[in-house]
Design a protein around this ligand. Structure first.
Ligand code: SAM
Length: 217
């Protein structure tokens, strides 16, 4: 098991400073990045990569997202401590841990069984209790809906209708949408029962959202 030392805490401080310089302002998000040991999600031989602002392979052709991307998406969610949030794409579990620093009500779903088991092992080892699911999350988690916030951490071809249908009134979905080369970050807010607003933000490059409402591979 990894240890979290003053050196690692210092590296997280430097990372937080960099994220501030890149425009992240939400203090809850920055505090979460300063708290969660990102190096715990890396094999010992790759530890020096953990606090660089870049994505990194986690096996199965997938990645742990770049810290800036994690901070950017979490900031767009405007996550509150009372929010019930769904994350689609558990991956390593790092983003889930960031969400858990802000609210205890986290639901997370992962399509890839190998990554799901690994993340589950991590959560158990660290006594963390998100609600975990293995399966196709491209259509959300209807049995647990509605959610205050939904976060998609893989690139979708379109905004799945079922996801916006699982938002509470006042709730928000943050999702990267585009082709396989590049996606725009999009936030959809459910203003009333049947009115939605859509805002489009910066370009990113995510691994594809698979499944029924994803790239269907
Ligand atoms: N949030 C992750 C983290 O903190 O490590 C990074 C996510 S990685 C960029 C995208 C993840 O989405 C991959 O683990 C992939 O297997 C998963 N994924 C892709 N399509 C999915 C689907 N339909 N349902 C659930 N997970 C999916």
């Amino acid at each position: 098991m990894h240890t979290d030392t003053y050196r690692h805490k210092g590296m997280r401080k430097v990372l937080v400073k960099l994220l501030r310089e890149k425009g992240i302002k939400d203090e809850r998000v920055l505090q979460a990045i300063a708290t969660v040991p990102r190096h715990f999600f890396f094999e010992k031989m790759f530890l020096e990569h953990a606090y660089q602002d870049k994505a990194f392979p986690i096996g199965e052709g997938q990645t742990i997202s770049q810290p800036y991307t994690v901070a950017y998406q979490t900031e767009l969610l405007e996550l509150q401590p009372t929010d019930k949030v769904l994350e689609i794409g558990t991956g390593s579990g790092y983003q889930c841990c960031i969400l858990l620093e802000i609210t205890p009500q986290v639901y997370t779903i992962e399509y890839n069984e190998v990554l799901f088991r690994k993340a589950l092992h991590y959560f158990r080892l660290h006594h963390l209790n998100p609600h975990t699911y293995c399966g196709d999350g491209s259509e959300g988690l209807p049995e647990e809906a509605p959610f205050d916030k939904i976060l998609v951490t893989a690139g979708a071809p379109v905004i799945p209708k079922s996801l916006i249908g699982q938002l509470k009134v006042g709730g928000a979905l943050v999702i990267p949408v585009g082709d396989e080369q590049s996606q725009k970050m999009v936030r959809v807010v459910r203003e009333t029962e049947d009115e939605f607003t859509r805002e489009v933000f910066a370009d990113f490059k995510f691994v594809p959202l698979l499944g029924k409402s994803g790239w269907n591979k």
